[in-house]
Design a protein around this ligand. Structure first.
Ligand code: GRG
Length: 302
């Protein structure tokens, strides 16, 4: 273990112990096209998912289950759904009509390698495959699966990731403006694209494990703060790595008020997030891992 892994040893041990099962479940759930005609669709699909990134979001689903007394193995298909949605959002985000990114996860982005048309199809196939996955293992409790299913459409839709991305797009193209011109009060709106998926990841695991309304409400609040922290730390990293991508049309708190203010905001967000966990869930391994994950976000530099 390197120094960072030692500092966050519970988090890394948890991620590494579940990673083989996550990778296997992703591979077993691929929405492959029948091999009637060679289209390179299946190759593109595998390219988009493997090798993956940190797989934090499916881990959040397993933790959402464990935190509320569930079995992580039971919610693995839902964790796969969450990673499918995440991957599809990265594919769409990288397209020339969005962020126009030529690289993703240290290799050519999907559209760069397979063309825009194929990238759109893979993104759609992943989204489409995510919906039914919440029913796997839960046919005996259809009401929970239906609730998880409707959370997926809420997360992806206009009140979630699509809406959040549309705010980003409007600000970049200059067609819209937030009511308040300063960046700080609007961080949560900008972070909607990130926090909506954090919320889905945690809550699906919890919903499928029979969490109470109060537990779910606490997880929603925690997820929003976790999403804010994730996006803030991402903005700070981007600011350091490539300051020229930041211009007036792409204001973030890190740009608007400087690195110091953004770091302070990140610290208060992280403290509040951890307080919600500690106040609402009894001490457990899952809670400790989530606390470490929250701290890790504040401290990561890459
Ligand atoms: C159709 C689901 C869907 C979305 C359409 C394009 C879009 C709307 C939303 C974009 C959402 C987006 C890409 C947000 C950024 C989130 C973010 C910080 C990604 C990086 O996450 P990491 O570092 O990635 O966890 P890895 O590679 O580790 O998985």
């Amino acid at each position: 273990m390197n120094k960072e892994q030692q500092r966050f040893s519970e988090l890394w041990t948890y991620v590494e112990s579940h990673r083989p099962a996550i990778e296997a479940a992703l591979g077993a759930s691929l929405p492959l096209a029948p091999a009637h005609v060679e289209t390179r669709f299946n190759e593109a699909l595998e390219y988009s998912l493997f090798p993956g990134g940190k797989r934090f979001r499916p881990v959040l689903t397993l933790l959402g289950a464990e935190l509320t007394g569930g079995d992580p193995a039971e919610v693995m298909p839902a964790a796969v759904a969450v990673e499918f949605i995440h991957t599809s959002s990265l594919i769409f985000d990288d397209l020339p009509c969005m962020d126009n990114a030529s690289e993703r996860r240290d290799k050519a982005s999907l559209h760069e390698k397979f063309g825009e048309g194929m990238a759109v199809l893979v993104g759609l196939a992943l989204l489409n495959a995510s919906y039914p996955l919440v029913f796997a293992n839960h046919s005996g409790s259809p009401e929970k699966a239906i609730q998880a299913h409707s959370e997926i459409s809420e997360c992806i839709g206009a009140a979630g990731m699509v809406g959040g991305q549309s705010v980003d797009l409007a600000l970049v193209t200059g067609v819209g403006s937030l009511e308040d011109e300063t960046a700080a009060p609007n961080e949560s709106i900008r972070n909607l694209k990130t926090s909506a998926l954090m919320r889905l990841a945690l809550r699906t695991g919890a919903i499928l494990s029979g969490a109470t309304y109060i537990e779910l409400a606490a997880l929603s609040r925690f997820a929003q703060l976790l999403g804010d922290a994730y996006q803030l730390s991402d903005d700070l990293i981007d600011m350091k790595e490539d300051s020229e991508i930041f211009s007036e049309d792409r204001k973030t708190l890190a740009i608007d008020e400087g690195e110091g203010a953004a770091r302070l905001k990140l610290e208060t967000t992280v403290s509040e997030a951890k307080r919600i966990l500690i106040d609402n869930f009894p001490s457990s391994d899952a809670r400790s891992v989530l606390v470490q994950l929250t701290d890790y976000l504040a401290e990561r530099r890459a």
